[in-house]
Design a protein around this ligand. Structure first.
Ligand code: NAP
Length: 310
């Protein structure tokens, strides 16, 4: 059996390390780190993500605040909310939950977040710091991928890593972090010819595509570490029956709920071919929130230390 890259275990480990750091900040500076989450509208999936983020803050003793403007908000109104949060001393991290409604200029909003409070690591200043290898908040999901690999003893230096997906929030930063860990990195996308052949060169294969079970056995080098970032909700029974062809329990769960969450990697093939793999759910997902907490604590520590110097 391949090694299971258990995201829940690594998340708990990281949270266990963060708690004493939060307590120390409270002791030394008289206040906890603070995170503000802005959730525009009532998208149910976004609401669940935000609830989980707030719960994680609560577990660690991080002050959290959620701001929930209506879906009809304008860019200018949302900019005013962000500016207000930028100015508040007790708020160390600002997260604007994506996606934003169509009428809102998401780029302007992300640019308006003060880079030192950009705990998502999406601001161009912080992307530049990532490329330059300077300390700054790193995008949470890619940072979680690195933690998942390292804390499971998967060697990265000198390995061939292939990242499928080139988004600004996952694929590109994941590739850059793997490069900083001294992997030889290839980034693939929808125009990459012979994708299975390129993926088969990977000792470490990261799938961040958004296509249910697209990465089948012929993409996987035997023994590779496969990290599945994909979160795809499928509602088609034939597709569920294909993906969970040897799992009557999963199909029964699908029949009960009418949908199921699957990754970008075929869950049966990966067990047969990989040396290590992250499941969906329970792999990368839990780490995204853990790294958000880590970024918030680090932002608070930086800001509070700077205040002391001043
Ligand atoms: P995205 O912005 O849609 O990017 C998808 C990438 O996959 C693009 O670069 C696209 O190529 C590439 N792609 C699409 N179809 C392909 C194909 N047939 N062959 C090769 N490449 C293909 O998605 P994202 O935001 O990066 O997210 C990717 C997945 O990760 C989604 O399922 C998302 O829900 C999930 N996710 C999970 C977490 C978590 O915490 N677990 C966090 C973030 C995202 P082009 O650039 O050429 O179009």
């Amino acid at each position: 059996m391949p090694l299971l890259l258990d995201g829940n275990r690594v998340r708990d480990e990281i949270k266990g390390e963060l708690k004493p750091r939060v307590d120390a900040l409270v002791r030394e500076h008289g206040r906890a780190p603070g995170l503000a989450v802005v959730l525009v509208g009532a998208d149910p999936a976004s609401a669940i993500y935000v609830r989980n983020k707030i719960k994680a803050c609560h577990d660690l003793g991080i002050y959290s605040e959620s701001i929930t403007p209506s879906a009809a908000i304008t860019t200018e109104e949302l900019l005013a909310i962000v500016e207000g949060l930028n100015a508040r001393d007790e708020i160390d991290g600002i997260l604007v939950q994506l996606p934003l409604p169509k009428q809102v200029d998401a780029k302007r909003i992300l640019l308006a977040i003060s880079p030192e409070k950009d705990v998502d690591g999406f601001h161009p200043f912080n992307v530049g710091a990532l490329v330059a290898g300077l300390p700054a908040p790193r995008a949470c999901t890619p940072a979680g991928i690195i933690e998942l690999l390292k804390r499971n003893g998967i060697a990265i230096a000198g390995k061939r890593a292939v990242v499928v997906g080139r988004s600004d929030i996952v694929g590109k930063p994941a590739a850059m972090l793997l490069l900083h860990e001294h992997a030889t990195v290839t980034i693939c996308h929808s125009k990459t010819p012979d994708l299975p052949g390129v993926c088969r060169e990977a000792d470490i294969l990261v799938a961040a595509i958004g296509r249910a079970a697209m990465i089948t056995g012929d993409f996987i080098k035997p023994g590779a570490a496969v990290v599945d970032v994909g979160t795809n909700h499928i509602a088609d029974r034939a597709e569920a029956a294909r993906i969970f062809r040897n799992s009557p329990e999963k199909l029964a769960a699908f029949d009960k709920k009418g949908s199921v969450l699957v990754g970008d990697v075929d869950p049966i093939d990966v067990v047969e071919r990989a040396g290590a793999y992250s499941p969906v759910p329970g792999g990368v997902g839990p780490l995204t929130i853990a790294m958000l907490m880590a970024n918030t604590v680090a932002a608070a520590a930086r800001r509070l230390a700077a205040r002391q110097v001043c």
